[in-house]
Design a protein around this ligand. Structure first.
Ligand SMILES: NC(=O)c1ccc[n+]([C@@H]2O[C@H](COP(=O)([O-])OP(=O)(O)OC[C@H]3O[C@@H](n4cnc5c(N)ncnc54)[C@H](O)[C@@H]3O)[C@@H](O)[C@H]2O)c1
Length: 385
């Protein structure tokens, strides 16, 4: 089966690499044809680096490169099983692209979008037959990240999800299915990792180095929230938070932070601009964490119960199954454990007690314990039953 990818930016070429690795002929198309040359160079240099690091052989790289075709027009979609659009995150642009695609593909070709924040319903409104359209959300970098979120829209048939899932799993990926709601699973459930860390910092409880230390040393996370925000880039991370907040009709749980907004306004975007919460410039000295165990545990527990509360909400609102929520967080953002599993390990009653204490301290809606947790505690059940 041939695959067509429309949009050859960072995601488009990485997804092409994945599909080509598994033997598909991949046709890369971009409305801006000058991008094609650039993407060819990018993919070749990404793969050559793999050879230098002895992660791939030259023969493997040559095979992949021979399967990726750069085309400046697409007029033959007849043997194409999947068209995935990965153009910029702009609703008007995406609708325009998929309407053009629909006009050219056979009627059983699956059309997918790699959007991370737009609703599948809104993009699908450009299609005459939206039943074979869905979200197929890869994570960056796609060759390394195992997770792919499948997001059916209002009109997507179960068959479309099933066939797409089988294809993506044959590329050695783990798929989860999410309801078409803001942030799908990962970008919704992960919000408190950043939001609660920022709030703790804003309250003056601890500095970024101490919060990062607590999450890594006590929590077992690979990176602390401030390091991760600096790596993602505050422009990107703030934009996701703002979108989720707005799309949830301004639910205070997702309220963005002024501190992060100011970093964006000042151009302190993190690692890519040389400074964010940490200073990455040559000769810079960053403060050491205050390794106070008691404070560290308080910080870690506060962020963890907020994350578990969010995972419980995703379950309560039928965004995904408990299994998929845990798979999404361990494979999409490399959390050391699934949050619902974590909730079971520390006990739902304990989670509820800590959330109630936070709520009674602040009387802010962001700390309200999810009804699902209250229900399982009163029924003596566990998060994953
Ligand atoms: N970068 C990530 O971490 C990431 C992760 C998951 C999903 N996504 C999603 O994948 C998609 C692509 O993201 P990316 O990071 O690869 O973007 P990118 O900016 O690297 O590439 C975007 C592509 O869109 C094309 N483009 C630009 N303007 C256009 C226009 N007016 N009409 C048609 N095409 C146009 C560009 O030529 C480019 O090839 C977005 O929907 C994004 O939300 C990104």
């Amino acid at each position: 089966m041939n695959i067509v990818i429309v949009g050859v930016g960072s995601m488009g070429i990485c997804i092409a690499q994945v599909a080509a690795t598994f033997g598909h002929d991949v046709f890369l198309f971009d409305p801006y044809s000058e991008q094609l040359d650039k993407s060819k160079k990018n993919l070749t240099s990404i793969l050559n680096r793999q050879v230098e690091k002895a992660r791939m052989t030259q023969a493997e790289v040559d095979k992949i490169l021979s399967k990726v075709h750069y085309v400046d027009h697409i007029n033959d979609f007849s043997s194409c099983g999947l068209v995935l659009e990965a153009v910029i995150e702009d609703l008007r642009v995406k609708k325009d692209q998929i309407a053009r695609i629909e006009a050219m593909v056979p009627k059983n070709t699956i059309i997918a979008t790699n959007t991370s924040s737009l609703s599948i319903a809104s993009i699908s409104s450009a299609l005459k037959k939206p039943d074979r359209f869905l979200g197929v959300h890869f994570f960056n970098p796609a060759p390394l990240m195992k997770l792919v979120e499948l997001v059916p829209g209002i009109s997507t048939t179960p068959k479309t999800v099933e066939v797409t899932g089988e294809l993506i799993r044959s590329w050695n990926k783990i798929t989860v299915t999410a309801k078409d709601t803001p942030g799908f699973i990962v970008n919704r459930v992960a919000r408190p990792f950043y939001g609660e860390a920022l709030r703790i910092h804003d309250e003056g409880v601890a500095d970024p180095a101490t919060i990062d230390w607590a999450m890594k040393e006590i929590g077992g996370f690979r990176m602390g929230p401030f390091e991760l925000m600096d790596l993602i880039g505050h422009d990107v991370n703030f934009a996701v938070t703002e979108t989720v907040f707005k799309e949830f009709f301004y639910d205070p749980r997702f309220k963005p932070s002024f501190t992060q907004k100011r970093l964006v306004e000042a151009g302190r975007l993190g690692k890519k601009s040389g400074i964010g919460f940490y200073d990455y410039r040559e000769g810079a000295n960053n403060p050491a964490p205050d390794r106070d165990q008691q404070k560290g545990e308080m910080i870690f527990n506060r962020i963890l119960v907020m994350l578990i509360n969010e995972a419980a909400d995703a379950l309560f609102m039928n965004i995904a199954t408990a299994e998929d929520i845990d798979l999404a967080m361990t494979n999409g953002v490399n959390y050391p454990k699934g949050l619902l599993q974590w909730g079971d390990e520390i006990g739902a009653e304990n989670v509820l007690k800590q959330l109630q204490e936070l709520y009674e301290t602040y009387y802010e809606d962001r700390y309200r314990p999810n009804p699902y947790i209250k229900k399982i505690v009163s029924e003596g059940k566990t998060f994953r039953n």
